[in-house]
Ligand binder design. Structure first.
Ligand SMILES: Nc1ncnc2c1ncn2[C@@H]1O[C@H](COP(=O)(O)OP(=O)(O)OP(=O)(O)O)[C@@H](O)[C@H]1O
Ligand SMILES: [Mg+2]
Length: 264
């Protein structure tokens, strides 16, 4: 146990030193309310980046409803839970699902984190940063909501992409999450993707609404990364357990995701 504590202390120290080298490499999706399209976006964004030749690692850290494995119809033999229970090394977990596109799967409903969750998150991120040299981007899927551990997890990343929808509750919840992140952990770089839009104009208006609120009340501008239209084929792709951007590569939605990938 003492050995483990020492190792943890060393890893956390190294994390700070490695941070500059791995600058802006680790980014997470977040949302105030559930179902805004975080998992859909990050899976397709990651796929698109890998198609562009980037080495991508996607980690499913939604501890309640991890479902990237289901979206891909892959039954994961080893998950992040095996790492947290000291059964495997983190670097042995990634599965290459497409060339350059690697995934560490989550533990749906099974991940019972013991006490001292912040220490565990520190330990996890120290290990994630040790993998950073092997990848161009490390993408983290998270659960919805504003519980403190979730916020702490977000605070450990280099950048956060808020996924919101055009309805007013989603905008309000997105603003509430942004405010909590600011108040708890100081100013963060937060990008916004407006998903499930009727059209681009609706996306622009929605971004304008949340950005007006953060500019006015938090004195900070958000970054508008892009809009993604609502399309029933997205639901179909998830039902069919295929990667949308691969299966519907010529669609407007796939092109919108490609545009966001090219800008980042
Ligand atoms: N652009 C879109 N057009 C149509 N449907 C979409 C779009 N994006 C996501 N969806 C649908 O919304 C639902 C929720 O998507 P997803 O699981 O990606 O959300 P989430 O934010 O990860 O949810 P959770 O908070 O539960 O993790 C899915 O049924 C998906 O099909
Ligand atoms: Mg999800």
């Amino acid at each position: 146990m003492i050995g483990q504590a020492k190792r943890l202390a060393e890893l956390v120290k190294n994390e700070t030193q490695n941070h500059a080298a791995a600058n802006k490499k680790i980014f997470a999706v977040a949302s105030g309310k559930g179902g805004t399209g975080k998992s859909f976006f990050i899976l397709n964004y990651g796929y698109q980046l890998s198609k562009m030749g980037k080495r991508v690692l996607l980690i499913d850290l939604d501890s309640n409803l991890a479902n990237i494995d289901i979206m891909l119809n892959i039954s994961s033999e080893k998950t992040i839970g095996d790492f947290l229970q000291n059964r495997v090394l983190l670097r042995d977990l990634p599965t290459e699902v497409r060339p350059n596109f690697n995934i560490i799967f989550g533990d749906s409903g099974k991940l019972k984190l013991p006490e001292k969750r912040r220490e565990i998150i520190d330990y996890l991120f120290a290990n994630i940063r040790r993998l950073a040299h092997d990848y161009d981007k490390i993408l983290i899927d998270t659960g919805a909501g504003v519980q403190l551990d979730g916020l702490y997890l977000l605070s450990k990343t280099d950048a956060i992409t808020l996924i919101i929808n055009p309805d007013p509750t989603s905008v309000m919840d997105g603003y509430a999450l942004t405010k909590l992140l600011f108040n708890e952990f100081g100013k963060r770089e937060i990008g916004v993707v407006v998903n499930k839009c009727d059209n681009d104009e609706e996306g622009e208006t929605t971004f304008g609404n949340i950005n007006t609120a953060t500019t006015h009340f938090l004195k900070t501008e958000l970054y508008h990364l892009g809009n993604i239209n609502y399309h029933h084929d997205v639901y179909k792709a998830i039902k069919d357990q295929v990667i949308f951007s691969e299966e519907y590569s010529e669609s407007t939605v796939a092109n919108q995701i490609m545009k966001i990938s090219m800008a980042s």
